[in-house]
Design a binder for this molecule. Structure first.
Ligand code: C5P
Length: 231
């Protein structure tokens, strides 16, 4: 595989902080960002929108190829996800949407259909890719692979706070259960299960502030000459 641009991958379970850390690293490095989880969420969402049968694998795989997605910035400067021109930023962030994503993500045809779409994000000067199989399947040539984790309790609590901030009515106990269920499905599926890529740098972020984790990733990247060392 030829390298269109250097890639840094951040994989890990839900609530490990991948999204936040990836965004901060991409911003500080001036690199592009791929939120691959959003693509799986969008496939499930588009499927429901098109009233596809929940078990229609081929239908969902076709949508994975044909759906029109735009990752952009909204009027208030926050990130915005458009599906066929419609703002679905909040709609795809619910835990229900996460469950839907995890269901379609277990289908090899959907994963295969999203492969090229994901690889197309690798453009100069570089890409930070966030997901479950970024380092194992999508970008095996990545220059730096990070596997981010945290204790189950802390991950549930982080997701709880995140969803609460967005005004969602959630219960910590229910969320904890759902996340455990989703992680179990993501880790045990036959294709592209959630596992650290060979050679991945494992970071346990339990009890660590965001800045410390971002700093660690930036330091690992600087050591590989991906960007200048921080002063
Ligand atoms: O990261 P996020 O919570 O948005 O991902 C939603 C779901 O999409 C995950 O639970 C997982 O099942 C699936 N996913 C995946 N591979 C990726 C990214 C997400 O299977 N690279």
């Amino acid at each position: 595989m030829t390298e269109a641009a250097p890639v840094v991958t951040l994989d890990g379970p839900s609530g490990s902080g991948k999204g936040t850390i990836s965004r901060a690293v991409a911003q500080q490095a001036g690199w592009h960002l791929l939120d691959s989880g959003a693509l799986y969420r969008l496939v499930a969402y588009a499927g429901a929108d098109h009233r596809l049968d929940a078990a229609d694998v081929e239908g969902h795989a076709r949508l994975a190829i044909s759906m029109q997605v735009t990752f952009g910035v909204g009027p208030d400067g926050s990130e915005q996800v458009l599906l066929e021109g419609r703002d679905v930023t909040q709609a795809i962030r619910t835990e229900t949407a996460g469950q839907g994503a995890s269901r379609v993500a277990a289908w090899p045809a959907v994963r295969a259909a999203l492969l090229e779409r994901q690889r197309a994000f690798a453009r100069p000067p570089g890409l930070v890719a966030d997901g479950r199989d970024m380092g194992t399947v999508v970008f095996p040539q990545a220059r730096l692979k990070v596997y981010l984790t945290a204790s189950a309790e802390e991950r549930a609590l982080r997701r709880y706070k995140q969803l609460k901030e967005k005004g969602a009515g959630v219960s910590l106990a229910a969320l904890s259960r759902e996340i455990t269920e989703r992680d179990a499905r993501d880790s045990t599926r036959a294709v592209a299960p959630l596992i650290p890529a060979p050679g991945a740098e494992v970071i346990d972020s339990t009890g660590l502030p965001i800045e410390a984790v971002v700093g660690r990733v930036l330091e690992l990247g600087a050591r590989r000459s991906l960007w200048p060392p921080r002063t």
